[in-house]
Write a protein that binds this ligand. Structure first.
Ligand code: PGA
Length: 222
């Protein structure tokens, strides 16, 4: 099984989310060996979940792009794991944009991971550097080198695998993803590797036609 995680970041409004989903489900190819995990921004999660359920779509999972460091309680404005349980199956945690703009450090990220696990949400833990700590309980890692995010400079496959080997030291229980300027031209280079379990896609997932192009390409090969 290969994973394709779609991260829309904060780049879509409600009308755009609806249009994307409609076009997507009308045109998407069936891929038996690919698990798509869609991460819309928080305001749309429950709506997307309902949309998918109403249409009996069972081959897409939903992720949040973050989860609160707080448990259920008096934390106005927070999207807690408690509130997200049963809406999402996954949560992206530790994306470099949150580390940078929200100053999220390892103690915050560790709290987020443990609350996610408490409420049965699988963390997709992002890391950009070899020295960054991975909290206990994480089973899915996305390696996202900073120079490759949103730049068009995807990292060479060999370098991605080298990072994996240094970081995970043959820990085969971890699901290992790569993210950073993945698009329809390069996705297969990553997914054809037995060492790489999937990819995380930002920019190339925004336009639905572009993303469908990626899936159609995969369909021919996977
Ligand atoms: P990108 O973003 O595909 O636009 O490089 C990836 C990410 O930040 O997750």
């Amino acid at each position: 099984m290969k994973y394709v995680v779609i991260n829309w970041k904060a780049k879509k409004n409600f009308a755009e989310v609806k249009n994307w989903l409609q076009a997507f489900f009308e045109n998407k190819p069936k891929l038996d060996n690919v698990q798509i995990i869609l991460a819309p921004s928080t305001p749309f999660l429950a709506w997307v979940k309902q949309y998918i359920e109403d249409k009996n779509i069972d081959d897409i999972k939903i992720a949040s792009q973050d989860v609160s460091k707080f448990d259920k309680g008096s934390y106005t404005g927070e999207a807690t794991a408690y509130s997200l349980q049963n809406i999402v199956e996954y949560a992206i945690i530790g994306h470099s944009e949150r580390r940078k703009y929200l100053n999220e450090d390892i103690s915050t990220l560790t709290q987020k991971v443990s609350l996610s696990l408490k409420y049965n949400i699988q963390p997709i833990f992002c890391t950009s550097k070899i020295e960054e700590e991975i909290p206990n309980g994480v089973r899915m890692i996305a390696y996202e080198p900073l120079d490759s995010i949103g730049t068009g400079n995807n990292l060479a496959v060999e370098k991605v695998i080298e990072f994996k080997n240094r970081k995970l030291k043959n820990n085969s229980r971890i699901i290992f993803l790569y993210g950073g300027s993945v698009n329809h031209n390069n996705i297969y280079e990553y997914l054809m590797q037995s060492d790489i379990d999937g990819v995380l896609i930002g920019t190339a997932s925004l336009e639905v036609d572009n993303f469908l192009k990626i899936l159609k390409k995969l369909k021919k090969r996977i």
